[in-house]
Ligand binder design. Structure first.
Ligand code: SF4
Length: 483
């Protein structure tokens, strides 16, 4: 029987769910018994679309243009990725900060009736004539998918007119997946098909692919590179702030790893199948335990197990006295953690370093990887709430109102408006990862707890859009069924 190739839709893997509300113990038990079924919400406040993840993953590539074949609204949240890209350039010493070369074909009612092909052709021509890029990425959207515009065929037809530019269609139609990380997979599948093309290249001794998403700060990049170079690796940091040349080097690597647990995990599996590149897929290196685990994982693939133990010993000796000081400031504080699947579980593990207590965890997806993390958390923490939700702030504010945590770690918008001290863990601007990131993050949490005035003032002047009665309701009342 022919081997089934991964489709890029995360739901296609059994056991992945993204609508659930319960406790850490219950979710682990249900998953173990195989009774955690895919559910839905009868009311939802919008989801993060996979298209933005496809865009954000590639937006900082040099000599590239990005064309969204969609209505204008689809590119609304690209401002977040553009902001990260601009700040990232400044951190990397750019004197002149560039904007991403982002185009939108502006599919409208007429295009829906008559097709959007002419708009796509015009936009691709305009983008290439203006910037002469090496790469032109074209992103599908719900609208282009529904009307059936064949972006692959259109770009294939146009390719001969633009031999200096590689045209890359990306199938990230929003309706295809409720798991926004599918957008990363769509981008990598397209890179493999249109850029790498299964070509065999000569291996480069010591070369290591380090996959990093947009939200990794420059400080974190340097910390990860420092740690990997200490193992003798030559790091190919991709696709963030990289180039066509660095992308083409991917198959030359001896091994791969990723900073985020849900970024490039599927692609690293593809690289193993297509180019026999071994990889390490463990955890996100946030906090002592996870950093050690992540480091040991890639050291094992590189055959540097003895070396890594030596380095870890030295790093522990350096940071443990400093972590002990932070513990004095943070011990016993009750924390609610919210973030992407990789980061939320990593942040929950991090709080153990500081002796904090987990009272709530919100994350977009649950699967067998998450089960490993939650089993570890269940050994330490009891009775914490778990909300598996892609966005859904109404559930979060309901839970926060009831639980009243001392601190909130994660995407802070809603918690800050409730006056809770917040620390951003999806911060692409400051350190979070590795041994140094841990110290920075710990100090940031402690400073927030000691200086909560800003969020308190926000809470005084901001009214959230929910009725008081909502806070008395069951936060998970709109989740239809997990039975
Ligand atoms: S692609 Fe679909 S889900 Fe994504 S922003 Fe556009 S309309 Fe919304």
């Amino acid at each position: 029987m022919a081997k089934v190739k991964y489709s890029g839709v995360r739901e296609s893997k059994p056991g992945r769910i993204n609508d659930f509300g319960s406790t850490g113990e219950q979710i682990a038990e249900k998953f173990k018994k195989g009774c955690l079924k895919r559910a839905d919400r009868s009311f939802a406040q919008g989801l993060q679309c996979q298209q933005i993840n496809s865009m954000a993953a590639l937006m900082s590539l040099e000599d590239s243009v990005f064309i969204s074949h969609s209505p204008q609204g689809c590119v609304g949240c690209s401002v977040m990725a553009v902001d990260m890209y601009r700040v990232g350039q400044i951190h990397r010493g750019a004197k002149q900060v560039k904007n991403a070369r982002l185009f939108v074909t502006n599919i409208d009612q007429k295009s829906v009736v008559f097709g959007g092909e002419s708009k796509l052709r015009e936009t691709v021509k305009l983008a290439i004539d203006r910037y002469h890029p090496k790469l032109a990425f074209v992103y599908a959207s719900c609208a282009s998918g529904i009307i059936g515009d064949d972006i692959d065929a259109i770009l294939n037809d146009m390719q001969s007119d633009y031999p200096e530019t590689i045209l890359v269609p990306i199938h990230c139609e929003g309706f295809k997946s409720k798991v926004c990380a599918s957008g990363f997979d769509a981008a990598f599948l397209a890179i493999n098909k249109y850029i790498l093309k299964h070509q065999k290249v000569e291996k480069e001794k010591g070369l290591l692919n380090l996959f990093a998403p947009t939200t990794v700060s420059y400080a974190d990049q340097k910390e990860m590179e420092r740690m990997l170079q200490a193992l003798g690796a030559k790091v190919n940091y991709i696709p963030f702030y990289s180039s066509l040349e660095k992308i083409k080097k991917i198959p030359a690597a001896e091994a791969s790893t990723s900073i985020c647990k849900v970024f490039a995990d599927e692609f690293m599996q593809t690289l193993w199948e297509d180019y026999q590149i071994p990889f390490s897929h463990t955890v996100m290196p946030i906090g002592i335990r996870n950093t050690d685990q992540w480091y040991r994982g890639i050291a094992k693939v590189l055959g540097k197990e003895a070396e890594v133990e030596e380095i870890i010993k030295k790093e522990h000796a350096r940071i443990e006295p400093l972590v002990a000081k932070l513990k004095e400031r943070l011990q016993g504080k009750r924390v609610f953690v919210c973030g992407g699947t990789g980061r939320s579980f990593a942040a929950a593990a991090l709080i153990d370093d500081f002796g904090m207590k987990l009272v709530g965890l919100e994350t977009p997806t649950y699967d067998e990887d998450a089960q490993i993390d939650i089993e570890y958390l269940n050994e330490i923490h009891k009775d914490y709430v778990v909300d598996i939700a892609n966005m859904q702030p109404f559930e979060q504010v309901n839970l926060l109102n009831k639980i009243k945590p001392d601190a909130f770690i994660g995407v802070p918008v809603w918690a800050a408006k409730l006056g809770i001290p917040t620390t951003h863990v999806l911060d692409g601007k400051r350190p979070t990862m590795g041994y140094d990131g841990l110290l920075y993050l710990g100090n940031k949490i402690a400073d927030q707890l000691e200086n909560p005035g800003f969020n308190k003032k926000i809470a005084k002047h901001v009214k959230l859009p929910y009725r008081e009665s909502w806070y008395q309701e069951d936060a998970f009342k709109y989740i239809t069924s997990n039975e």
